[in-house]
Design a protein around this ligand. Structure first.
Ligand code: ADP
Ligand code: ZN
Length: 749
């Protein structure tokens, strides 16, 4: 038997993860100790017994073996939260390729405890009659402050007031209150006030009655669950078909069994209407986590989850790592959304992590989408997931009418404006009828670049390999690093005054709207107008409150909003994401168009959608117009199978970054040679695609090179990565080079 060594951390907190100690694993425990095991070790000079957690195992000690102490025993007791976190980190590290440290940082909640706030509540201990008598006595003695308090206590619901809410009696000291308490007049209670930005949503009692399709899903889930069956389900239903109602029903079932639930939504700030509906149903049982919360708010959410005071965690992908004790269900809404994929190492996909975590905790997963990812739908078709379909829209709403407008034809017939004849006419019609309009500009993979029309020079960011974007305030900005410079018509290369902005940005559309429809009230929502903390919420609330006729925005406007008065959705240029160099571009375009179209006609009025495009025949556009996911899936699946793209093949991206252009190139060549070497004997070798510069070749002064690897079997790629990793960690050629892995990428490089 070979010796084995365990890396152990003692203090499981975000701040101390880098303090790792190495111990020898006794032979008798070699079979039993795994990452996540809680063990007892002799620690420090005096060899005091301490508990620690094994984070990884190795047969290569970092120190002379004779200096390494031995683990004493495995700690008795149940599986702890820490064990689960370390197992999860081990999974992330292996599956997505990162250091253990990065993986642990990802799964560990930020532990910085922020002091909680309390509020003081006073409750009357006397009967109303007694209190009335006492009030008379105090009045005669002119106890003004005490009288104010007593009067309020008598009138308040439950005879309870919050001391801070009072104007006069808030001045009473703790000591004076204690005296009143001793005299049996009132009771004082200090209650922790959790910071909760959503607590203003009131609870509602009225429920919709589920329709037959919804009920069928709920019934099957209940049957499985009570039979002890835990599995994964896909709830596929068009926007507005009532998926959220189904989630809430399933959640009630699981809560009824005393278990906890994690609800994932792509981006909280964009889906606060969904959060509000959960609040209206489940109230204070909810803890929300999201990136724009203050540290105090976040810390309070964690505390409530840990204590089991909150049973439902709602948040973006990181909510998977919330300290939930008894997980029964994970709901993943809009499972196709790109935001579920992390773009820093470990570049995990919340979809896979949810399935893994649910497996570990004996929980079920419900994925939901109107346009399921090709991956998930394929699993459902193959029977790995149970498929539920909602065909009808809930309530009275009907699917919108969709028209495709060919922009090439518009141009030929002399209309050079942003709005086609059809769209202009429809907008005018809605404005007259006082109905609302959403205009959607798909900017993904697109930069409104600025160039010199005389010599062709494109204005680029000096730190990134991207063109700068023109803003109406007269600046040119880089959307990757924030670089900003003043716009000038004079070309820095040829000196002629012909520098101008091309293309279409939201600001430009806003200006065009103002001149085409003077008097129309327009709200713009994009990266620039939503920097402030609650900006998303405020803009959407203003629109929903009827403060504007037109909401103009990027993809952030198409997510999960329900505006009954919106009867027209215009998609200004459907193609802008089709041209991206990305095998998912057809899927992304289809999803965006469907989602955008789904915003029309959510109320009783018939909705209408106009899609302007240069590729009216592309299957993503045609099928989105027909709202036919099935036809889209068939064409997309055919294309991916043919080309060998996920899920029929797997892709591992290796991204190599360095401040030195040459060093990045050398490192990539070296990696390529190592891989080629390792595949020589293989019967079914890994394919190496396009090594070289990334599409975004320079970012924040760092040069980027990539290799794409492709293989049918996941394990083959992961195994290759495992064998590469030690070389990357130790070989001098890779010092000063940052190497990242991305398994089945979602975003482009
Ligand atoms: P999705 O999540 O699929 O977009 P929602 O759950 O948001 O759909 O439902 C859309 C609208 O239809 C909501 O206003 C919802 O209250 C309503 N709705 C859903 N199911 C029903 C039902 N069975 N009866 C009446 N209204 C329903
Ligand atoms: Zn830049």
């Amino acid at each position: 038997m070979t010796e084995k060594y365990a890396d152990i951390i003692i203090d499981i907190s975000h701040e101390a993860l880098d303090k790792v100690f190495q111990y020898r694993v006794p032979f008798s425990l070699q079979e039993k100790i795994v990452p996540g095991s809680r063990v007892v070790i002799p620690f420090g000079r005096g060899n005091q017994e301490r508990e620690g957690y094994v984070i990884s195992l190795t047969d290569q000690p970092d120190y002379p073996p004779e200096r390494i102490k031995e683990i004493l025993e495995i700690s008795p007791g149940a599986v702890t939260m820490e064990t689960r976190m370390i197992e999860l980190a081990t999974f992330l590290k292996y599956r997505y390729g990162s250091s253990m440290y990065q993986a642990l940082k990802t799964v560990m909640p930020v532990k910085r405890k922020i002091r909680t706030r309390t509020k003081r509540y006073l409750t009357l201990s006397l009967s109303e009659e007694e209190a009335g008598n006492l009030l008379e006595v105090w009045k005669k003695r002119h106890y003004r402050v005490r009288c104010a308090l007593l009067e309020n206590l008598i009138q308040a619901p439950d005879h309870t007031v919050c001391q801070e809410d009072g104007r006069d009696y808030s001045r009473l000291s703790r000591k004076e209150l204690a005296r009143l308490e001793d005299q049996g007049i009132l009771k004082v209670r200090d209650r922790v006030q959790y910071r909760n930005p959503f607590s203003t949503f009131a609870r509602k009692e009225d429920r919709v009655v589920l329709n037959e399709e919804q009920r069928a899903a709920a019934r099957e889930f209940a049957g499985d669950y009570s039979a002890g069956i835990r599995k994964n389900y896909l709830l596929y239903g068009v926007t507005g078909s009532g998926k959220t109602e189904v989630y809430m029903e399933l959640i009630s079932q699981v809560l009824g069994l005393g278990k906890q639930v994690i609800v994932l939504i792509p981006e909280i700030s964009l889906t606060f209407q969904t959060v509000r509906r959960f609040y209206e149903r489940f109230g204070e049982q909810i803890a929300v986590i999201h990136s724009r919360m203050s540290l105090g708010e976040k810390s309070d959410s964690y505390v409530r989850i840990e204590r089991g005071e909150a049973n439902i965690v709602i948040g973006p992908r990181s909510a998977l790592f919330a300290p939930v004790k008894d997980l029964g269900l994970i709901v993943m809404d809009e499972e196709h959304d790109g935001a579920y994929k992390s773009d820093s190492s470990p570049k995990y996909h919340a979809r896979d992590v949810a399935v893994y975590l649910a497996g570990k905790c004996n929980a079920s997963v419900v994925f939901g989408s109107a346009t399921p990812s090709v991956e998930t739908y394929t699993k459902a078709l193959e029977g790995e997931y149970t498929l539920w379909v909602l065909k009808k829209r809930g309530g009275n709403a009907v699917l919108p009418r969709v028209t495709i407008v060919d922009l090439k034809g518009e141009f030929r017939s002399g209309n050079h404006s942003i709005f086609s004849g059809t769209l202009t006419e429809k907008i005018r019609e809605r404005l007259e009828r006082k109905e609302q309009i959403m205009l959607f500009l798909n900017r993904r993979g697109y930069a409104g670049f600025v160039s010199c029309r005389a010599c062709g020079t494109v204005m680029k960011c000096p730190h990134c390999d991207v063109s700068l974007t023109y803003h109406r305030d007269g600046s040119l900005r880089c959307h990757y690093c924030g670089f900003s410079t003043l716009y000038s018509r004079k070309c820095p290369v040829c000196g002629l005054p012909h520098v101008a902005a091309f293309g279409l940005g939201t600001e430009k559309v806003e200006a065009a709207l103002a001149s085409a429809f003077p008097g129309a009230r327009v709200l713009r929502m994009d990266m620039d107008t939503t920097r402030a903390k609650n900006a998303h919420r405020d803009i959407l609330a203003a629109f929903s409150g009827g403060e504007a006729d037109i909401l103009l925005g990027t993809q952030m406007i198409v997510k999960g909003h329900d505006y009954p008065n919106v009867t027209l959705v215009g998609i200004l240029a459907a193609d802008l994401s089709l041209n991206a160099q990305d095998f998912r571009s057809g899927e992304k375009t289809f999803q965006l168009l469907c989602q955008a179209a789904g915003r029309a006609g959510r109320g009783d009025k018939q909705g209408e959608v106009i899609i302007q495009t240069y590729s009216p025949d592309h299957y993503a556009v045609v099928n989105a117009a027909d709202q036919s996911y099935e036809n889209f899936y068939e064409e997309e699946a055919c294309y991916r199978r043919l080309m060998g793209y996920p899920p029929w093949c797997h892709i591992l991206v290796i991204l190599v970054q360095s401040g030195e252009e040459n060093q990045a190139a050398l490192a990539v060549q070296r990696i390529q040679r190592m891989i080629a070497q390792s595949q020589k004997e293989a019967e079914n070798p890994v394919k190496i695609l396009n090594p070289g510069k990334a599409a975004l070749a320079k970012l924040k002064d760092t040069y980027r090179q990539v290799i794409y690897l492709k293989h049918r079997d996941e394990e083959t790629l992961l195994d290759l990565k495992e064998r590469l990793q030690p070389v990357l960690d130790t070989h001098p050629l890779f010092a000063g080079v940052n190497v990242q892995f991305d398994f089945d990428p979602v975003h482009n490089y």
